[in-house]
Ligand binder design. Sequence first.
Ligand code: HEM
Length: 211
Amino acid sequence: MRPPPNSAFQTSLRVWWGGALALALMALACLQAVPGVDGVRLLIRATARSSLLFFLLAYTAQAAVVTWPGAWSSWQRRHRRQWGWLFVSSHTVHAAGIVALALMAPDLFNTLAPLGNRITGGLAYVFIWAMGLTSFDRSARWLGPVWWARLHTWGLHYIWLSFLVANGKRIAAQPLYAVPTLLLLAALGWRLWASRQKARQVMRQNPGLPA
Ligand code: HEM
C-alpha cells in the first residue's frame, strides 16, 4: 500500500465536516434520549456502528474503483482520507464513552470489558491514533513511504479483525450481529478480488512481465 498522492491529500474537508456534525448530533441525541449510564452505553454502541460505516468506506475505496469505475466509486476513493479521519473521530468518541462508563459504573465496565478486551482494544487504539496522526501530508512525509505503508496495512487489518471479533462474539446472544460480521467478510473478499483484477490488468498492459 502506498501513501495517497499529494492531490488526494488536498481534497476538501467538506465531507469530514458533514460527517463530524452528524457524529456530534448523534452523540448528543444518545445522551439526551437516555439519561445516565444507559445513555453512555447507547453512545458506545452507536459510535461502534458509525465507526464501522466510515471504516468500510475507507477499507473498500480502492476496490470500488477497480471493480466498478464510475462517479460514485471515484468519489468514494477521492475522499478516503476523510473516511479515515471520520473513523478516527467516531472511535475517539467511542473511547470517551468507555472512559465515562468506567468512571460512572466501574463494576459494570469490568464485566462488559474484561482485561483481555482492554489490552487487544487498547492496541487497536494505538493503531487508530497513529494512523490518524500520519494521515497528514507532513506527518506522512516524516514517516516515509515504507513505514507509512507498514503502519497503515497492519493497522487496517488489525482494526478489521477487531471489528470482526467485537461483532462476531455477539452473534450467539443477538443473531443480528451476523449482518456487520458478514459485511466485514464481504469487504475483505472484495479487496482480494479487486487486487487480483488489478494484477490481471497490469499483466495485460505489460505482457513482458513475469507471471
Ligand atoms: C480498550 C478498548 C475498548 C473498550 C474498553 C471497549 C468497550 C466496549 C464496551 C463496554 C462495549 C459495550 C457497550 C454496551 O453494550 O453497553 C463495546 C461495544 C462495541 N465495541 Fe468497543 N471497546 C474498545 C475498543 C473497540 C475497538 C477497537 C473496536 C473495533 C475496532 C470496538 C468495537 C465495538 C463494537 C462493534 C461494539 C458493539 C456495538 C454494538 O452493540 O453494536 N471496540 N465496546
